[in-house]
Write a new protein. Structure first.
Length: 131
């Protein structure tokens, strides 16, 4: 249960910041510099947010201590993120997964995959495991 709670908190923190950045990205920046540039501008910010969220969860006194627990937190947070992404893609945007993937810029898609990978492994990287 500790791992699930930590994963939910980690996912919630990162997603909340992403939801705050989303409207700014779509309303102000996207029209001025284009979607690829926006993704490349936003990626370092989200990487810092991912690292901060992982650090806050791991550094908690009762947070996940072992490598296995931390990996579980990251993978569960990744699973929750992907579930929300697919749900939003299908229900909100009304596109299929194939249509969504076909519409993505190759560089932006690569950056997105790197960020998702970072979300999964960051709890392992932010601090040494406790015993």
């Amino acid at each position: 249960m500790e791992i699930l709670k930590a994963a939910m908190l980690y996912f919630s923190f990162v997603s909340a910041v992403g939801l705050l950045l989303g409207p700014m990205r779509n309303l102000w920046t996207n029209a001025r510099v284009g979607p690829r540039s926006v993704t490349l501008i936003e990626a370092p910010i989200m990487l810092v947010v991912i690292a901060l969220g992982a650090w806050l969860i791991v550094r908690r006194q009762d947070g996940p201590a072992t490598t296995r627990q931390r990996l579980g937190v990251g993978l569960l947070a990744l699973g929750l993120t992907m579930a929300i992404e697919v749900t939003g893609m299908i229900w909100v945007r009304g596109v299929t997964i194939a249509q969504y993937l076909a519409s993505r810029d190759a560089l932006a898609a690569l950056v997105y995959v790197v960020l998702l990978s970072g979300l999964a492994v960051m709890p392992l990287l932010v601090a040494p495991a406790r015993k």
